[in-house]
Design a protein around this ligand. Structure first.
Ligand code: UDP
Ligand code: MG
Length: 157
């Protein structure tokens, strides 16, 4: 895959907050070198939730998914970095926690197909739509970090 600067959308789901895993999970994204360019705590409204999970509207678990996602506040984030979308999905792991590899967030902390701690955009098209759905332009920050040239080696050349 070619290197490209990307932005991806993350939700720290209710179980991440309730199980006090927010810091642990955030730390994994930070240590990877992803840059936080937006962050806020919200309770997601029904219309936004239905839009966000519209691809699952006909699934039998849709109702419990909505109840789960509304059961506590969540933290929304936009992360930036080289190949940020696919790199973040690798750190998060596949949907079902009991099938996810050890070392991934879901593999290390989830045994559930629903309460799997984190949402992460699955493609550049989805990321663009999701960021626009949940963040205003003025809630996103463009800033330099001193570790940038070490995280992205091509910056030396
Ligand atoms: N989900 C569920 N039961 C399932 C599959 C998915 O409750 O059998 C929930 C789960 O919380 C998942 C979310 O629906 O994260 C969105 O599903 P998707 O297939 O988009 O998985 P993801 O992209 O989060 O891995
Ligand atoms: Mg998905």
């Amino acid at each position: 895959m070619r290197d490209k600067e990307e932005q991806t959308f993350i939700i720290m789901k209710p179980d991440a907050i309730q199980r006090s895993l927010f810091g642990e999970i955030l730390s994994r994204f930070e240590r990877k070198g992803l840059k936080i360019i937006g962050v806020k705590m919200v309770k997601i409204s029904d219309p936004l939730l239905e839009e966000h999970y519209s691809h699952l509207a006909d699934k039998p678990f849709f109702k419990t998914l909505k109840n789960y996602m509304k059961s506590s506040p969540v933290v929304l984030m936009v992360l930036a970095g080289t190949n940020a979308i696919s790199a973040t999905r690798l750190i998060v792991g596949p949907t079902k926690g009991y099938e996810a590899d050890a070392g991934s967030i879901r593999g290390d902390f989830s045994l559930s197909a629903q309460s799997n701690l984190v949402h992460a955009s699955d493609s550049p098209e989805t990321a663009k739509k999701e960021i626009k759905r949940f963040f205003k332009d003025e809630e996103l920050f463009n800033y330099e970090k001193p570790d940038y040239k070490f995280v992205y080696s091509e910056k030396f050349f």
